[in-house]
Design a protein around this ligand. Structure first.
Ligand SMILES: Nc1ncnc2c1ncn2[C@@H]1O[C@H](COP(=O)(O)OP(=O)(O)O)[C@@H](O)[C@H]1O
Ligand SMILES: [Mg+2]
Length: 366
């Protein structure tokens, strides 16, 4: 998704691709193949780049350290990235900064889980600190025993789980912003993210009926986190809105994020362009929305293995729909694309985005 803005700006983008047919390798001419955990492959790749950035959180610490040792310029830096890689590091740091978080604890044993659940109330949410996405690595449990398999592994590896109180949120919102190495920052409007079974399915920009004071406080918290952690590039701060106009932070992502896909079509500057501008320390573009509302609907892997034939119907039915497909293999529930649609009537836009995404997936046939 960075390929189009890079081409428009005349910036040479290279990708270290996991396979010759990886989606990014299909659209980026410079795409050497190598694993993100392979130090030699990553070093050889970085030697050809002015700036290295990341499209996921999973590059291991030893690889990042080798890159730093070799003098590679990284944005975000490994010092910042760790707070998006490891949810325990994130909780510890945000708590120290006084940023509102769910009550949380570390746990290696059933007794520790029991003590935490008895204190904050059951059920509790357990998370593997590293490597999770789309709800993989998140479990809601009503007792410590239910976690024994994860705890066995956690104690064997001496790497505690993160426990959180189950937050009675009214909805999920996200603050998305970009920050450059010079310290310039620009935030898009706060959005509502709708998750189904731990997977984001819809984003509404801006979040409907959000109290302006809460929006301002959430955005300030995002900007403060970016500044204190030294984040460079795009930062997404997932939050839970609580009854009574409060919020707590769920987690951080330091890259273009699902909650910002709407901006590709709905804002003056989309998140993929903004990420490039930020990591290159160029002045940031305006994050201003172009329309009263933009709705993003995720396309998840479903019935269709070939998505292209759906274009004929979707494009003819609604010429204002913007479809973005990732060229990924179709697996059930996998995020394989999204649609955006902007305008004045939110109810209408939500229905149109859902229909288009459903039709592309194959969940509806007319
Ligand atoms: N403490 C919590 N209380 C209530 N729901 C939660 C909590 N933590 C996570 N969730 C739910 O699970 C989803 C996925 O959790 P998250 O930590 O964001 O993991 P992932 O890395 O898979 O996105 C969240 O979007 C939210 O719907
Ligand atoms: Mg999340």
């Amino acid at each position: 998704m960075c390929a189009a803005p890079a081409a428009e700006l005349g910036i040479t983008l290279s990708v270290l691709a996991e396979a010759p047919d990886a989606s990014a390798a299909l659209v980026i001419p410079s795409a050497p193949v190598g694993a993100h955990g392979d130090v030699d492959a990553v070093l050889a790749f970085a030697a050809e780049c002015d700036v290295v950035t990341f499209d996921h959180e999973h590059v291991p610490a030893d690889v990042l350290a080798a890159l730093a040792e070799a003098g590679a310029v990284m944005h975000p830096t490994p010092q910042a990235l760790v707070f998006a890689q490891d949810k325990l590091e994130m909780r510890e740091r945000l708590t120290a900064l006084g940023v509102p978080c769910p009550r949380w604890a570390r746990a290696l044993t059933v007794d520790e889980v029991t003590a935490f659940g008895d204190e904050v109330g059951w059920p509790v949410v357990a998370k593997t600190p590293r490597g999770g996405y789309d709800g993989k690595g998140v479990r809601v449990v009503a007792s410590g025993e239910e976690l024994h398999d994860w705890l066995d592994r956690a104690s064997a590896e001496d790497s505690p789980l993160l426990l959180e109180e189950k937050v009675p949120f009214t909805r999920e919102i996200a603050v998305l912003l970009a920050r450059s190495p010079s310290g310039q920052a620009a935030a898009w409007p706060v959005v509502e993210t709708v998750q189904t079974d731990g997977i984001c399915t819809e984003v509404i920009a801006p979040a409907p009926d959000l109290d302006p004071d809460l929006a301002a406080r959430a955005t300030e918290a995002g900007l403060r986190i970016a500044g204190e952690l030294g984040v460079t590039g795009v930062l997404a701060v997932e939050m839970f809105e609580l009854p009574g106009g409060e919020f707590v932070v769920n987690e951080l992502a330091m890259r273009p994020h699902n909650s910002g896909h709407w901006s590709m079509d709905g804002a003056v500057t989309g998140q993929f362009e903004q990420h490039l501008r930020a990591v290159l320390d160029l002045p940031l573009g305006s994050p201003r929305p172009r329309h009263p509302w933009t709705v993003m609907g995720n396309v998840l892997g479903g019935h269709h293995t070939e998505l292209y034939p759906a274009y004929r119907h979707v494009m003819a039915r609604d010429p204002e729909i913007k479809a973005h497909l990732y060229g990924k293999g179709v697996r059930p529930g996998r995020k394989i694309g999204h649609v955006n649609v902007s305008g004045d009537s939110l109810t209408d836009l939500r229905a149109r985005a859902r229909h288009a995404a459903d039709y592309i997936e194959g969940a509806v046939t007319e």
